[in-house]
Design a protein around this ligand. Sequence first.
Ligand SMILES: NC(=O)c1ccc[n+]([C@@H]2O[C@H](COP(=O)([O-])OP(=O)(O)OC[C@H]3O[C@@H](n4cnc5c(N)ncnc54)[C@H](O)[C@@H]3O)[C@@H](O)[C@H]2O)c1
Length: 424
Amino acid sequence: MRVEDLVYFCAPSRLVMGAGCRKQLPALLRRLGYRRGLLVTDTFFTGATPWVDELVAGARAHDVELLVCDGGMPDPTTTLCDAATAAVRERLDGMPVDHVIALGGGSNIDLAKALCLTLPGGKPVRAFLGSIDPGTPILPLVAMPTTAGTGSEATPGAILVDPDNATKVAVMDNRLRPAVALVDPEFTYTCPPRVTADAGIDALTHAIESYLTIDSASFDRGGEADPGYSGRNALTMLFAHESIRLCGRYLLRTYQDGSDSEARIGMSYASVYAALSYGSAGLNAVHGIAYAVAGQTHLSHGTTNAVMLPYVLDALADVRREELLAIARLLDISDGDAGIAVARVPVVVRELVAAVGLPTTLQACGIGPGDVDALVRDALAVTRLAKAFPVPDVAARYGAMVRKAWAGTLSGAAHALAQPRRVA
Ligand SMILES: NC(=O)c1ccc[n+]([C@@H]2O[C@H](COP(=O)([O-])OP(=O)(O)OC[C@H]3O[C@@H](n4cnc5c(N)ncnc54)[C@H](O)[C@@H]3O)[C@@H](O)[C@H]2O)c1
């Protein structure tokens, strides 16, 4: 407990987790009163796994009909969403669906979330950017993540790419949080190392960023009575703490050996716990700058987060010292000197990023020295994330962090060089 907290905690209505738990879904659909649904996925899942056929047959045995849309793509655009809305409505020919199911990574879950909004009325998804009228009908969503992960199965938003200016936009409302988050770690066993690394670093970033973010008592809710995000509190920090521990233990293991089922299950829990933290506390500079990096480079979400995470940690050493010491211990940094332990956190995180094959500087992402100012400006323009960064001088820190990330400079590097530590 922290006496100053103003808790506003939101989560999916039901969280079903465990290896093989997907087999429970057909009976649950029936129990929830659903009769006709849309399953949103991509061609990997219809072509290379038995999961779609199994679910459709299992649902039919419980008198639930599922229409399959396998048009999901990585980083879905607003155009893809609108095309899917039109195509599905045509196939439905006036027969409504009463729920949507997502099977896939964050991309398919976000597309499905957006379809929950657009299918009932057929409007373009852009009509829902900014705010969503309380009277708007929203279909209930069953989210089944196949990566670990984005945590989209527990959050209020869908992130889409606006093809006009290559930026990411969000539709956001607590009613978009899934009615059921069904997390079967067995879905992740087929993830190739690149997808495993990207998603795993995303989970670690969610956990760390929300653990260090602005306090709930200081968060600007902008007068919103039902905020999707509202700053960290003791409850969100509980989940973040455990998620960081699990990432420290299992992230590299899943990358090195995708058949390590204990590690896969561990990362599924890490991802969900991170989402139960950031899904209410919110995020800040890592994601804010990562969106700007993605706009310039079109690199994946996990990669753009990975490159920034160490430098943002480095910049918070003065304002989040106690929390950084806790993170150091969770990552097995055992230096007795607290100052050295804190200074080594960004170094150890950067070692982990490198160990899973991701870039550790903005230069390595293809950002030129002349692009740096535009990057800082674009990142600061994501104001909802910039204003949650818990420092007094946000613009100056963003500038300094981006420059250090470009050059690969960390304050703690000297300590780490003195005492190299193996990431394991
Ligand atoms: N809404 C949110 O709260 C939220 C949060 C974080 C990220 N996101 C979004 O999530 C997206 C990234 O999601 P992601 O990292 O899960 O990747 P992804 O969904 O983009 O998938 C990447 C690729 O991996 C494949 N894949 C997924 N699961 C697989 C499996 N089990 N086996 C084999 N291949 C598999 C997919 O078919 C796809 O080709 C980004 O668009 C990002 O913006 C959303």
